[in-house]
Design a protein around this ligand. Sequence first.
Ligand code: G3P
Length: 217
Amino acid sequence: MKFFIDTANLAQIKEAQDLGILDGVTTNPSLMAKEGITGRDNILKHYVDICNIVDGDVSAEVIATDFEGMVKEGEQLASLHQQIVVKIPVIKEGIKAIKYFTDNGIKTNCTLVFSAGQALLAAKAGATYVSPFIGRLDDISSDGLNLIADIRLIYDNYGYETQILAASVRHSMHIIDCAKLGADVMTGPLLSIVGLLKHPLTDLGLAQFLADYNKGN
Ligand code: G3P
């Protein structure tokens, strides 16, 4: 399973990269704004800064909602750095744009996916990644993990190569459940990644080992 971090915070991206387990980064306009990154030039520069920290794919989202606009913007984003993946919303024009980028060898991440039908169309268009937002489904008492299971089943039925990128991950159990269901990638906050390490018996056991070692020294 690939681990992406879902943030535009450079310090957190670096911390995850230093852990040695980071495969990529996802961002969106809201995450950029949260870090105070506004204005087209600053946003483009920030994408390059992120690419210079990590080794893997970095999703950069288009703002345009029409086909021509998405193509123009996506090509500009893709030209920033070879690690950039163009992130495109799952709307009609977006599906057309994903097909265009697929045909032109540019990686895409189809975002704002909330149904199996949307994920099926993203795969048909050849998206590199599809991003079902599981936390936002849970927020409205719909089961986000069921969506991951449905997409996995559909993609496996037909051998679609689009990678399921579980997004809107909110906590460590989301990561474990997505891994059980066969999501190819998860993207979440640093806390949810580090949370995977936490176990009181590990802490107790380590404290005991150190105490016992120190008895003889
Ligand atoms: O990767 C999608 C993500 O940024 C949305 O997360 O927590 O705003 O639902 P959230």
